[in-house]
Design a protein around this ligand. Structure first.
Ligand code: FMN
Length: 178
């Protein structure tokens, strides 16, 4: 088992997955538990996660995401949706416009690291047609009083490639001290 720093260092976006290795139910459950362990504004957890496993739905998600083929190829896709009305009930406009989005993306980031710790890989997908995803996953029927907004897709599976580490801007360009 890697320590936290190793886990972060070993996370790379993987866009090729092994077709012979499905994601085990127990591992998927553990990953979802870790996502939901993330902090959230007022502990409201203003998000919802849709687990997509069928080939048909993954193909449709891929189409909605500019045809990015790895979404079809990965055995699981998690769709992280924000629940702006839930955050708004406690925090008004700031909750609706900011906190729900933050809650959702923190949960997705926790999931990405849990996926690595579980020996798998993922890619965060932000380029997709949100209305199309809402429609194909029938998000409005999931939470009729509080419409869900798809924010990020995570393709998950066992990696069939080892990508080169991507560069980062130097720390001194990213950080200021006052
Ligand atoms: C908000 C966001 C949107 C992204 N959208 C896409 C996407 O649509 N397709 C894709 O292949 N990768 C996408 N990525 C993955 C980035 O390209 C990737 O994280 C970045 O190049 C750094 O590489 P690494 O993840 O291997 O460190 C997205 C990442 C983030 C955080």
């Amino acid at each position: 088992m890697w320590d936290f720093f190793e886990t972060v260092r070993h996370r790379h976006s993987v866009r090729k997955y092994r077709s012979d290795s499905p994601v085990e139910k127990e591992k998927l459950h553990a990953i979802l538990e870790m996502a939901c362990a993330a902090p959230s504004a007022g502990d409201l957890q203003s998000y919802h996660i849709v687990v997509v496993e069928t080939q048909t739905q993954r193909d449709s998600l891929s189409q909605a995401a500019e045809g990015q083929a790895f979404i079809s190829e990965a055995p699981v896709c998690l769709v992280f949706c924000s629940d702006p009305h839930r955050a708004e009930s406690e925090y008004g406009q700031r909750g609706r416009e900011l906190f729900a989005l933050q809650d959702t993306t923190i949960a997705a980031a926790y999931a990405q690291l849990a996926i690595v710790a579980a020996g798998m890989a993922s890619t965060w997908v932000g380029s997709f047609d949100a209305p199309q995803v809402r429609e194909l996953l029938e998000l409005d029927t999931l939470n009729p009083d509080s419409p869900l907004q798809p924010v990020a897709l995570l393709s998950i599976g066992y990696p069939a490639e080892l990508p080169e580490p991507t560069p980062r801007r130097p720390l001194e360009k990213m950080i200021s001290y006052r």
